[in-house]
Design a protein around this ligand. Structure first.
Ligand SMILES: Nc1ncnc2c1ncn2[C@@H]1O[C@H](COP(=O)(O)OP(=O)(O)OP(=O)(O)O)[C@@H](O)[C@H]1O
Ligand SMILES: [Mg+2]
Length: 242
């Protein structure tokens, strides 16, 4: 099978900060790639570059073999890349299902079609009971699930999850981990940024580790947990492995 996503020598600077510094990696269809690194490593910025929220300062991004560097987020979503935001950004005055319908309209033009896709996706993430609730009434854990539903209702080939476990109870982490683990079998390739390392370590098929904008290690989760460069990067940070 051909490579789904290829990130080639991608960099992004903000004034004097180089948030992403010459990063290259590739993702194959069906992978569940864990992307980890300490606070400020450049993970969310890398997602913003892939998702078209920001253009890279240098480098190329290819999706399905096609160059998509600098494309706008709407066009990136259309070709099959969806993402969640680290800080959930729902339309707080709209209901839960209406929030998801806004994503579903990317694939379903009719109101009924979009509603059906949104309802199915909400059931998928365990939010069916909250369909009519205003988004601003949801707890942190439920808001994270809403972010996941908004991304999946775009029927992506590749989904970028940015810290969907933050603020969840251990039980919620377990449920969400099981859900994410099942996505590749449904044809959805995943890149998952997470600080809850034990969840990602047991689920990811491969890991990419970044620190200060640079890719410092890449490989199997068990190998990464013992890699001296990775352990050093996490010194002084909470590295929760069990
Ligand atoms: N829009 C921006 N303007 C200026 N600096 C930014 C911007 N976005 C990110 N940065 C800087 O880029 C660096 C990487 O930030 P980023 O948010 O990508 O890190 P992260 O790995 O997602 O961190 P965290 O784990 O805390 O979410 C940080 O130094 C941050 O302050
Ligand atoms: Mg981040």
């Amino acid at each position: 099978m051909s490579t789904l996503l290829e990130v080639r020598h991608v960099s992004r600077s903000f004034h004097t900060t180089t948030a992403v510094d010459d990063i290259s990696f590739a993702v194959q269809p069906g992978e569940l790639l864990g992307l980890i690194g300490p606070n400020g490593a450049g993970k969310s910025t890398l997602f913003n570059l892939i998702a078209g929220v920001l253009p890279p300062s240098a480098g190329q991004i290819l999706f399905d073999g096609k160059p998509v560097t600098g494309w706008k987020s709407h066009d990136i979503a259309r070709i099959g890349i969806a993402r969640t935001f680290q800080i959930p950004k729902p339309y707080r005055q709209l209901s839960v299902v209406e929030n998801v319908m806004l994503s579903a309209f990317l694939r379903e033009k009719s109101l009924a079609g979009a509603r059906k896709l949104a309802e199915t996706t909400l059931a998928d993430v365990g939010l069916a009971d909250y369909s009519g609730a205003p988004a601003n009434s949801l707890t942190v854990g439920l808001l994270k699930r809403l972010e996941v539903a908004r991304a999946l209702a775009m029927r992506p080939k590749l989904v970028l999850f940015d810290e969907i476990m933050a603020g969840l109870t251990p039980t919620e982490v377990g449920v969400m981990t099981g859900f994410v683990a099942g996505l590749p079998a449904r044809g959805i390739t995943v890149i998952w940024v997470e600080h809850v390392l034990y969840a990602i370590m047991k689920t990811a098929t491969r890991m990419v580790v970044i620190n200060r904008g640079k890719l410092i290690a890449e490989g199997a989760p068990a190998v990464m947990a013992r890699d001296p460069a990775v352990v050093k990067a996490y010194l002084g940070e909470e590295m929760v492995l069990a």
